[in-house]
Design a protein around this ligand. Structure first.
Ligand SMILES: [Zn+2]
Length: 266
C-alpha cells in the first residue's frame, strides 16, 4: 500500500460501523479526498479533533483499494470558535457543503470544470483556509460568505459577468440591471425582458459584488452593506450557484433558521 502525506481541511464526516468515521478532506494537491479514520469515535482516539468539521491538519494516509485510511495526523487548528457560535457554525457549514457540491472527487490539481486559468485545488484550498480564519476571527459572517461564494465560483470557472451584459455583451453604463443566473451575470435593461429569472439589482449592489470578487476578506468585512444590498447579493449569488448545482444544499435550512433567530446573521 502506498502512503502519502497531505495537508487538508475536513469538509464532511460520516460515521462508519461502531467506532470509525469517514472524512472528506480538501487537500491543496489532491482536491477532495475521502478516507476512513479507524476508531475515531472512541473518546481517547488520537483522531477525535482531526475528524471534526473544518479541522485543518497534516494527514498521513494509506491509499487502499476501495478506501484510503488515515494513519497519522497532526492538527494545526480545529477552529473552536466556529463550533461555539451558531451563526459562525451555520455559515461555515454552508461554505464547506457548497465547496463539496461544486468540486468533483479526484479532481486533483485541476479544480472544477471550465477552469480557464489552470488554477487548481491549491487556490481553492487557500480560499477556504483564509475564509475559515476570517469567519473565526470575527469578520462579518454574511459578507465574508458572499465573498467566499463569488471567489470560489470564479476559481472554478463560473465567475459572474459584472462589467457588461451577459446576454448582449453591451458594456454596463450604469443603468437599470438585473442578475440572470442562466446568462451567468448582469443583464442590461434591454435584455431584462428576455430574462424572466433575473434578480433586480440596485447600482450599489452591483458595485458591492465587484468588490467582493476583488478585495480580501478583511477589507470586505468593513464595506458596511445595508440590509437591502445584502438581500439582493444573497438572492443573486443563490440563483447563480443553484443554477450550477445539481442538488439543494442541506445546510441552507440551518442557515435560514439561524438568521431568523433574534440577533442571528449579524
Ligand atoms: Zn443586454
Amino acid at each position: 500500500m502506498a502512503l502519502y502525506r497531505t495537508e487538508g481541511i475536513v469538509l464532511k464526516t460520516r460515521n462508519l460501523g461502531e467506532a470509525d468515521r469517514i472524512v472528506t478532506l480538501f487537500s491543496p494537491a489532491k482536491g477532495k479526498v475521502r478516507a476512513v479514520a479507524r476508531g475515531a469515535r472512541r473518546p481517547r482516539s488520537r483522531f477525535v479533533s482531526a475528524t471534526q468539521m473544518f479541522a485543518h491538519a497534516d494527514f498521513l494516509v494509506f491509499s487502499g483499494k476501495s478506501l484510503d485510511s488515515i494513519s497519522q495526523v497532526e492538527v494545526k487548528t480545529s477552529f473552536p470558535r466556529l463550533h461555539d457560535d451558531l451563526t459562525k457554525l451555520a455559515f461555515a457549514s454552508y461554505a464547506v457543503e457548497l465547496l463539496d457540491a461544486m468540486v468533483e472527487e479526484g479532481a486533483g490539481g485541476e479544480a472544477g470544470q471550465g477552469d480557464e486559468g489552470g488554477q487548481g485545488s491549491g487556490e481553492v484550498f487557500g480560499l477556504l483556509l483564509s475564509y475559515l480564519h476570517a469567519l473565526s476571527g470575527g469578520r462579518d459572517p454574511e459578507m465574508t460568505t458572499r465573498a467566499f461564494e463569488i471567489k470560489l465560483a470564479s476559481i472554478l470557472g463560473y465567475r459572474p459577468v459584472l462589467d457588461s451584459c451577459a446576454r448582449c455583451g453591451a458594456a454596463d453604463r450604469g443603468g437599470e440591471v438585473g442578475f440572470d443566473p442562466e446568462a451567468g451575470g448582469l443583464v442590461c435593461a434591454g435584455c431584462l425582458g428576455r430574462s424572466p429569472g433575473a434578480v433586480r439589482l440596485s447600482r450599489g449592489t452591483v458595485e458591492l459584488l465587484k468588490r467582493l470578487s476583488d478585495l480580501d476578506f478583511e477589507r470586505i468585512s468593513r464595506l458596511g452593506a445595508g440590509p437591502g444590498a445584502r438581500s439582493e447579493m444573497e438572492r443573486a449569488m443563490r440563483a447563480h450557484l443553484d443554477y450550477r448545482l445539481d442538488r439543494k444544499l442541506q445546510s441552507l435550512e440551518f442557515l435560514a433558521a439561524v438568521k431568523a433567530a433574534p440577533g442571528g446573521g449579524r
